[in-house]
Design a binder for this molecule. Structure first.
Ligand SMILES: CC(C)(COP(=O)(O)OP(=O)(O)OC[C@H]1O[C@@H](n2cnc3c(N)ncnc32)[C@H](O)[C@@H]1OP(=O)(O)O)[C@@H](O)C(=O)NCCC(=O)NCCS
Length: 362
């Protein structure tokens, strides 16, 4: 049986008309299952730097937004176009509209020579077909609180009111600087993180770090530490002692994400065993190849980019080497532990010891 699919010609893809905000919110609410109109309106007004819509006549049916970020890459901050708010009206899905919208949404940042683009995918293969690659693998640790050792001083973590988060900002800035592909968080983003409607947030500050807990999910008796920044070994050890004390009337387990397992594995916890899951994080790719090569100063021989979206093509006239736009980020950051034969040494792991780890969700 042949499936009827509307021709792309019946749709147009263009800048989202601000007059269509209510319709956009209708699509987002249904697609993300989150209905707070004011929060969506605030998101549109304050977070999205641009938005593209697919229209059937003048009826909005799909949306892609762009947020301009600053991303750590080695020792420098590079502009990065964050793809966000991707959603389509169910009646108009599976027609290739989102791919068209993404391509259109990236035109402007490409014109402005933005070197990188990144996103949090709902499906990794979907965005891989647009040249994005997963560039960040993290560990989700779930541990019985009582099984944790008591290696530090829990009292060094002080409970603070979430409105008093100002001292966390410099700690966060220092923390994310230790990773590649981490994104600078502005004040608006801070407020968004701390007013998440699906979280009941508890905040602890330490001289060298902080923890943000979500205590909403009492059913599973698990405290979720959705952000744990530690800048010193003490801040880690003191935090473990604090988490140990969460074995109480209400809670049994603690859960957090990390890019570094070594400190935990040193404890040799075996009873009960922690559950450690490897989880993919953000996907990234080069958007403007020349801007990327100039900014990073990577001394590469001529090579070609095999870009399904057609933004990047050749560096110094091309050559024998052909690489995808996301693979270029994977290999230059050392995400791939072993150098692929096709990648010259000068293009491999050029960002030092830093691990790729992005905590900013957008
Ligand atoms: C994800 C979403 C935006 C895709 O919209 P769409 O209009 O179908 O996208 P396109 O037509 O451009 O792309 C379709 C392709 O996406 C992939 N795809 C779509 N839905 C998918 C799903 N649920 N799981 C995996 N892949 C999916 C398919 O490969 C499909 O290709 P095919 O039709 O050749 O099989 C839409 O399903 C949606 O709004 N979902 C809810 C919100 C969401 O998850 N947003 C994404 C946040 S990153």
């Amino acid at each position: 049986m042949k499936t009827a699919r509307g021709t792309a010609a019946s749709y147009s893809v263009k800048a989202l008309d601000p007059g269509d905000l209510d319709r956009a919110i209708e699509i987002w609410s249904l697609s993300f299952g989150f209905l707070d109109r004011d929060r969506w309106a605030m998101f549109y007004d304050s977070f999205l730097d641009s938005a593209i819509g697919a229209y059937l006549g003048d009826y909005l049916v799909a949306i892609v937004g762009i947020i301009n970020f600053q991303m750590w890459f080695g020792d420098q901050l590079l502009p990065c176009a964050g793809v966000s708010a991707v959603a389509a009206d169910p009646a108009h899905r599976r027609r290739g509209l989102i791919r068209q919208c993404i391509k259109e949404a990236l035109q402007e940042p490409h014109r402005k020579r933005v070197p990188l683009t990144a996103l949090w995918p709902f499906s990794y293969p979907f965005y891989k077909r647009m040249g994005y690659e997963v560039c960040d693998l993290r560990y989700l640790v779930e541990c019985n609180a009582a099984a944790l050792p008591d290696p530090g001083d829990a009292r060094r973590y002080r409970r603070i009111d979430i409105d008093q988060y100002e001292p966390l900002k410099p700690l966060h800035d220092q923390w994310i600087k230790q990773s590649n592909l981490s994104l600078k968080r502005g004040d608006l983003q801070w407020r968004r993180v701390l007013s998440h409607p699906e979280r009941q947030i508890v905040c602890f500050a330490h001289d060298d770090g902080y923890m943000l807990w979500n205590t909403k999910d009492k059913q599973s008796r698990t405290v979720e530490i959705f952000e744990w920044a530690y800048l010193s070994r003490d801040a880690f050890l003191d935090g473990i002692s604090l988490l140990k004390r969460m074995s109480d009337l209400n809670w049994d387990k603690v859960r957090w994400q990390t890019s570094d397992l070594t400190s935990l594995l040193e404890f040799g916890i075996v009873e009960p065993q922690p559950t450690i899951t490897v989880k993919p994080g953000i996907m990234a790719r080069v958007l403007h190849l020349k801007a990327f090569m100039e900014a990073t100063g990577i001394a590469a021989p001529p090579f070609s980019i095999d870009d399904p979206l057609g933004f990047s093509d050749q560096y110094r006239g091309g050559g024998e080497i052909k690489i995808g736009p996301g693979e270029l980020i994977q290999s230059t950051t050392g995400f791939l532990r072993v150098k692929p034969d096709v990648i010259p040494l000068s293009m491999f792991a050029q960002t030092g010891e830093k691990t790729n780890f992005c905590v900013e969700f957008f």
